[in-house]
Design a protein around this ligand. Structure first.
Ligand SMILES: Cc1cc2nc3c(=O)[nH]c(=O)nc-3n(C[C@H](O)[C@H](O)[C@H](O)COP(=O)(O)OP(=O)(O)OC[C@H]3O[C@@H](n4cnc5c(N)ncnc54)[C@H](O)[C@@H]3O)c2cc1C
Length: 372
């Protein structure tokens, strides 16, 4: 019997597992494909803020950015590289957002140096940009390290049964608390209000003569070079989904697109692709993450449908799955958000601290009831 079971060994599941291991809990982690085999293994894993004008998503990502920079530096410094980030506007509209961002931000901005500007194309140089100290994590290795104190089992979790005060998983493992961190892949709990969108991404490692000590983001994300290798990645393909597609993903076309977009920003030369990584990132319909308990929709409708429909719903009235939680929907900021969300989740499970209703999956239940 385990204290905590986590399904999904991406950055969300591994960050959650790490929190509980640090508290001395007996933790088991399951993944059907292996550690960091989903979106997390494909990610460039840049730790950066969101460069928009305003909004709650920008705010939560900024808080998480400050938290995660220190968290990775303190706990996983061998898997974390601090690197100056240069974010260049794609067009005039984004340029305007960056101007507002720069005018309002409390983050410390930096000037990019001449050497960096030299490696940019002329059109990139002409755009508005913002630069600050940020970081990159080594995605796969950090996930492995995070769950080193937990038991890892390679298992496709299909069946979850709540029985006598614990969760029985595939009839083989038992745990008191269950955390679902399954990313954009098929949900195990079938609840009609949970709708996560998967966006397909592709990252390539290329050999290049370009010596780039910076993270550069414009049409794609370009990582600092390490031993002559530069990682280039993007998640932008909303049409391809590995679980529903009729044709396999066209890796060659994906490579060409990434290289063409990177070449709009930096002067890349003598490029040879040495590795490809692909995966889905999952986003919610309002772009905010999903964190916390899941509503039992059938039972809650039976007890309180009227009050959900007529007034501002009180999430405290809903009925929830016992000891079951979700951490998901981090969009393109999974590595920024995961440590911050995992800490909140732990505080709720162990110490009863409330999670903001803006992050609670219950918000989607309330919307679903009103719509249907
Ligand atoms: C190309 C690319 C670039 C990105 N760049 C960045 C970036 O620079 N910075 C950033 O912060 N974020 C970035 N992201 C987004 C980030 O990768 C995601 O937000 C993050 O990986 C989500 O992590 P997760 O743990 O929720 O999901 P995942 O990493 O997808 O993990 C879910 C895991 O659950 C497992 N699973 C699913 N169902 C089951 C089941 N039934 N039983 C057992 N296991 C199951 C899957 O095998 C998978 O390993 C990028 C994403 C991509 C694809």
């Amino acid at each position: 019997m385990y204290d905590v079971a986590v399904v999904g060994a991406g950055i969300n599941g591994c960050s959650a597992a790490y929190e509980f291991v640090q508290e001395g809990k007996n933790v088991i982690v399951f993944d059907k494909e292996g550690i960091a085999s989903g979106g997390s293994g494909a990610a460039g894993a840049f730790i950066s803020p969101k460069f928009s004008k305003a909004g709650e998503l920008k705010e939560i990502i900024e808080e998480a950015f400050v938290y995660s920079m220190e968290y990775y530096e303190t706990n996983f410094k061998h898997f974390f590289t601090k690197a100056q980030l240069l974010h260049i506007a794609k067009d005039e509209a984004e340029g305007e957002s960056l101007r507002v961002f720069k005018a309002k931000t409390t983050l410390k901005l930096k000037k990019p140096n001449e050497e960096l500007l030299e490696s940019l194309t002329q059109s990139a140089k002409e755009q508005e940009y913002v630069s600050l100290d940020a970081g990159v994590v080594n995605a796969k290795e950090i996930c492995q390290k995070m769950i080193a104190g937990a038991k890892f089992v390679s298992l496709d979790v299909q069946e979850l049964v709540w029985e006598d005060g614990y969760w029985l998983i595939n009839e083989s493992y038992a745990a008191r608390e269950l955390i679902l961190a399954t990313g954009a892949y098929k949900t195990i709990i079938k609840e009609p209000y949970i709708g996560l969108r998967g966006v397909w991404g592709h990252r390539i490692d290329v050999k290049s003569k370009l010596k780039n000590p910076y993270s550069i983001h414009q049409f794609v994300s370009i990582a600092p070079s390490s031993d002559g290798i530069i990682a280039i990645g993007a998640t932008h393909n909303v049409h391809y989904h590995p679980q529903t597609a009729k044709e396999p993903y066209d890796v060659k076309a994906g490579r060409e697109e990434l290289l063409e977009k990177a070449a709009r920003t930096v002067k890349l030369d003598a490029v040879e692709v040495v590795a490809d990584y692909t995966g889905l990132r999952s986003g919610s319909h309002d772009y905010m993450p999903l964190l916390g308990s899941l509503v039992l929709s059938k039972e809650t409708l039976e007890c309180c449908e009227k009050s959900i429909r007529v007034k501002k719903p009180d999430f405290g009235e809903f009925l929830y799955y016992p000891h079951l939680y979700m951490i998901n929907g981090s969009g393109g900021y999974g590595f920024v958000l995961a440590p911050y969300l995992a800490k909140m989740l732990k505080e709720q499970i162990l110490r009863g601290k409330e999670i903001s209703p803006r992050l609670s999956p219950a918000r989607f239940f309330a919307r679903w009831v009103k719509k249907s």
